[in-house]
Design a protein. Structure first.
Length: 151
């Protein structure tokens, strides 16, 4: 699995002009599932996201996690993270997990994040979404589950 996470002051997702998920301070995570991903992949990625120390302490050092600050998580499905642009000019998505398998895996990721006591909001799988993120920093990181490479 792959994720692009952004530390944010606020974030929301709209579908057809209606807000379907919104958070205040926390992380916005764009998450994609690839061929071969499974619950272990989801568990590892979620564990990394919720424990990643990207929030400042009293000295301004990034040493606090989402759990430490009591922040929220906006998890947005994004299969385009598996877009391969190495050949030609049109991305290939052949390495993205098929939607029938990806949707339950992403739903499982949300459930796993909630087991940590986090407030977790989402977009809508397969929908055309507008995502608004008020970046904090900005702090943006690329994450992968174990065994996955970004490129």
């Amino acid at each position: 699995m792959r994720a692009v996470i952004q530390r944010c002051r606020a974030a929301r997702v709209e579908v057809d002009g209606a807000v379907v998920g919104a958070i205040d301070r926390g992380l916005c995570a764009f998450v994609g599932a690839g061929k071969g991903d499974n619950e272990n992949s989801a568990r590892a990625l979620v564990d990394k996201i919720v424990h990643l120390r990207v929030f400042p302490d009293d000295r301004g050092k990034m040493s606090r996690s989402l759990l430490d600050i009591g922040g929220a998580l906006l998890l947005v499905s994004q299969f385009t993270l598996y877009g391969d642009t190495r050949k030609g000019r049109r991305p290939s998505f052949e390495n993205a997990l098929e939607p029938a398998l990806a949707e339950p895996l992403l739903e499982r990721s949300v459930a796993l994040a909630r087991t940590h006591g986090l407030r977790v909001e989402t977009g809508r799988f397969g929908a055309s979404m507008q995502v608004y993120v008020e970046n904090d920093g900005p702090v943006t990181l690329l994450l992968t589950s174990p065994g996955e490479t970004w490129f």
